[in-house]
Structures are given as C-alpha cells and as structure tokens.
Design a protein around this ligand. Structure first.
Ligand code: NAP
Length: 307
C-alpha cells in the first residue's frame, strides 16, 4: 500500500510517497478499508508546518476517509466487506486504512464519496459544538463566527434544523453562500463592526473561524448566562461572568459515530449541503497540490483527494 507523509516539517513540498506492507487484521474488532476519498483539514496544514512539534517521523497525516471495506475481524457483525463507509480514522493519507468498527458509519448510496468525506472532522466538530458543548435549542439566537468554513457551514445547518435563529459571520465575498446555507442574518467581518452590530444578542456563540479569530466577539455579543464554544483558546469573559465557555475539542468515538450518523442522514435527505471546492487525485502530486490550496486559507469549500 502507499502512504503520503513527511520526514521533516515545512511547506507542501515536504510530502513524500512511501510504500508500506499491506495492513492485516490483528484484532477481532478491526476493519481494513481501501481508500476512495480523503478529506484535507487545516489541522494537517498546521501539523505539517511544525506548529505542534513532535519528532517521530515519518508523519502520515489525516483522519478523514471514505472507503470500501476489504476485511473485517471476527467480532465485527455490523459491517461487511464491499460496503462503503465514512470513517474518522487514520492515518488517512494512504491507499488503505486499518481501524475499528466503532469509527465507521455506512455511506448512503445516494451521496458521493467526495461529499461524504467532507463531513468527518469538520462535521463532527460542528455537530458536537451544537449538540454537546452548547446544546442549542429551538428558538435560541445562535451567532456562528466563520459561518462560511467547513466547520461553521455545518454548524449553521445543524442549528437551523434544530429551530434556532442563526446569525452567520463571514467575509463579504461569501455573503451569498451564507444566505444559501439558510442564515437568518448576516454579519460581514470585513465591512462592519459585528461586535457592535450584534452586541448582547446571542444565547449561544460558536466561534468556528480560522484559528478562532476575533475572540472578543464572544464577550461582546453573548447575553450573560449564555453558552459559547470556540475552536480558539479561552477568552476574557469577566464582563459576562455567567457565560459557560467550552473549548471545542474531540470527545470520544461514541459521540463521533452519533455525529457522523446524523450528518450522513442529513446529507441523504438533502437537509445538509456541503461544498467540495477541489477534487485532486490520491497521489503525491494531489497531496502537495491540496496542501498548497490549504496554504491559501480562504478556499470556498473543501479540498478532497479521490482514488
Ligand atoms: N478543535 C477542534 O476539534 C477542531 C476541529 C476542526 C477544526 N478546528 C479549527 O477550526 C477552524 C476552522 O476550521 P475549518 O476547517 O472550518 O476552516 P475553513 O474551512 O478554512 O474556514 C475558516 C473560516 O474562518 C473564517 N475567517 C477567516 N478569517 C476570519 C476573520 N478574520 N474573522 C472571522 N472569520 C474569519 C473564514 O471566513 P471567510 O472565508 O468568509 O473569510 C471561514 O469561514 C480552524 O482553525 C481549525 O483548525 C478545530
């Protein structure tokens, strides 16, 4: 099998192709899948650039994969070879991935592998932000910073489905996209002072902007007593002492599987729209080009690698 990784931190060109032994089932709960699509994430760009450190090379990144099951362990009775699954598993920059059954959900037949792979890390993050960290309820006013991104666009749609009033914050070039996603009101961070415009209006704030940009948004726009969750670090909330703040973080495989199942159903019934910006081949050239696109930051949709 092939894997794509690097032996030193740096730009997209540090990626190399490796040839590895074929994966084998060694535990009864394991599953081996042949990769059909890989989703690229900002985390992998930061990781490759050395922002998280580490010295165990080579690093083979990736946690988002859609693939066809080619082998299952004896204890796996809910998945079978030949089924196509959505997996939060890795290393995903590989032509085959070994994981366990609890990290999979079945891909709906009507959903393409490219679209299915976009709901994994961004979708789990978004779903958990809405349902676990802030517990959005019908009628809540929810402000979503980064509403145009992979995480934020799914936050918007899940919150809308729950019956919330959603205010989306993004750049002016993405205003139409936010309206298409179904936001009730729009804030354009490059054209207006959104902290003032929406001061003290939100029951819930979810900050899904790149690197948690504009951390003071939460303290400015949330009502005291509200709930906030952010991909960024904790923020000064001394002016709103009764706000509950959560840093959005991974929970566990059980929550991930619930999130993936729900999002796969939403993709299938058409209540969730995801945007694939670029499909590239699952080759070394595709991986390098994909990371060059991640470097540009403002891609209007997800970058995916397909077999
Ligand atoms: N903690 C976790 O478990 C977890 C998991 C997944 C992702 N993340 C993090 O979440 C963040 C978003 O990830 P993503 O995959 O959704 O990224 P993405 O698709 O690149 O989206 C980035 C979003 O940030 C917005 N943005 C950029 N600059 C901004 C600014 N100055 N003010 C307000 N918004 C701004 C963008 O808006 P425009 O394009 O309209 O400018 C876009 O909506 C990343 O930092 C990522 O590392 C964390």
């Amino acid at each position: 099998m092939k894997t794509f990784g690097y032996q030193t931190f740096g730009g997209p060109e540090v990626f190399e192709e490796f040839t590895n032994a074929e994966p084998q089932i060694t535990k009864d709960t394991q599953v081996i899948i042949e990769t059909l699509a890989v989703g690229l994430n900002n985390f992998e760009r930061s990781q490759r650039a050395g922002e998280f450190g580490g010295d165990k090379f080579p690093i083979i990144p990736g946690r988002d994969v859609v693939g066809k099951i080619i082998a299952v362990g004896k204890a796996v009775d809910n998945f079978a070879p030949g089924e196509v699954v959505i997996a939060h598993a890795g290393p995903a920059y590989a032509t085959k991935v070994k994981t366990t059954a609890k990290r999979l959900v079945k891909k709906p037949d009507s959903v393409s592998v490219s679209k299915a792979v976009t709901i994994i890390t961004p979708g789990i993050t978004a779903y958990n932000a809405v349902s676990y960290f802030t517990q959005v309820q019908a009628g809540d006013t929810v402000i979503v910073n980064g509403a145009t991104g992979g995480v934020g666009s799914i936050v918007v749609q899940v919150a809308k489905k729950l019956g919330a009033h959603v205010i989306g914050i993004g750049s002016s070039k993405n205003e139409t996209l936010m309206k298409e996603l179904g936001v009730d009101e729009v804030g354009l961070y490059d054209q207006e002072n959104i902290n003032e415009k929406f001061a003290n209006q939100a029951d819930i704030v979810i900050n899904a902007a790149l690197d948690g940009k504009n951390p003071s948004l939460i303290s400015d726009v949330i009502k005291d007593g509200g709930s906030a969750a952010s991909v960024g670090d904790a923020t000064d909330l001394s002016n709103k002492p009764n706000v509950k703040f959560e840093h959005i973080r991974p929970i566990d495989a059980e929550h991930d599987q619930i999130a993936l199942q729900k999002l796969a159903e939403m993709l299938e019934d058409g209540s969730l729209t995801v945007k694939v910006f670029k499909e590239l081949p699952l080759t070394l050239t595709g991986v390098v080009e994909g990371h060059q696109l991640l470097e540009q930051r403002h891609a209007p949709g997800r970058v995916v690698l397909v077999k």
